[in-house]
Design a protein around this ligand. Sequence first.
Ligand code: TRP
Length: 328
Amino acid sequence: MKKRVFSGIQPSGEMHLGNYLGAIKNWVEAQHDNENIFCIVDLHAITVPQDPTTLHRRTRDLAKIYLAAGLDPKRTAIFVQSHIKEHTELAWLFNCVTPLGWASRMTQYKEKSAEKKEQSSVGLLAYPMLMAADILLYQADGVPVGDDQKQHVELTRDIAEKFNREYAPVFKIPEPWIRGEGARIMALDEPTKKMSKSGGPSNAILLLDSPEVIKSRIMKATTDSGRDIKFEAERPGLYNLLTIYQLFSPAGTTQEQIEAHFVGQGYGTLKKELVELVIEGLRPLRENFNQLSADPCYVEDILKDGADRIRPIAETTYKAAKEAMGLG
Ligand code: TRP
């Protein structure tokens, strides 16, 4: 029996190399091993203010990126969170089951609410219960996420266990599938921080950047005053560039092989080769994306079909949860 996996990305910024190498590329590579449900979590995006027109466009753009990267809509359900109403409905039940202390302890909540304090939305606090609903509605076995989301998946498990114990055994307990360190892509200009949607323009390579922009970002990437090219964690800029190099190399290429390839060479050579590798590595994605953009109806159909296929699972789970709580 294949494992069912659920994961999602927020359409809250332009997609960058970190999203691709850290998440989407792995989903594509593992898509034959599992039964996949990959969501575009627009309801999570609105926990912070979004421009409506931009949010709508980014939701479609993210669907196109999933497809352009190689997710096969025949084996993977690709859908938009707000198209299945049970996400919000189950999230409400979880809001009522989850102690305030559990929610307010979440690191991401503390970080994200630090800036606007009392002006932050209530949704920001409720965010992890919505994420728990995403995962538990489909009785997912595995949740592939970066280590920054591990705490939310653990909270999801706690909520499921509490519900199962106090009401009825409705939910499967999911496992977090945490990506290895290597797949964590750092900011090009400040390699001790994660590459991010909210960082400055020179921190990231966007997936749809032109070859010229890719070249300039890589050539300007922060390194150090060392000479030899080695995977050394204490040289974060170099380590990051080498990690990107490895992830765009043929599967199975080892760190030793890459180090051997660059023996006697300097950072200039590494950067030049990396520019070529990244431009070529992203070329199919960019070309497929442009092709998909020419046919917006196709993308709408994929999203509708994805939601239609999995909605029955969500309905069944939600009905059981509702009944268990005495609603209706
Ligand atoms: N919170 C996740 C993030 O920002 C996105 C997300 C929402 C998610 N629902 C999910 C990830 C369910 C995995 C499973 O990265």
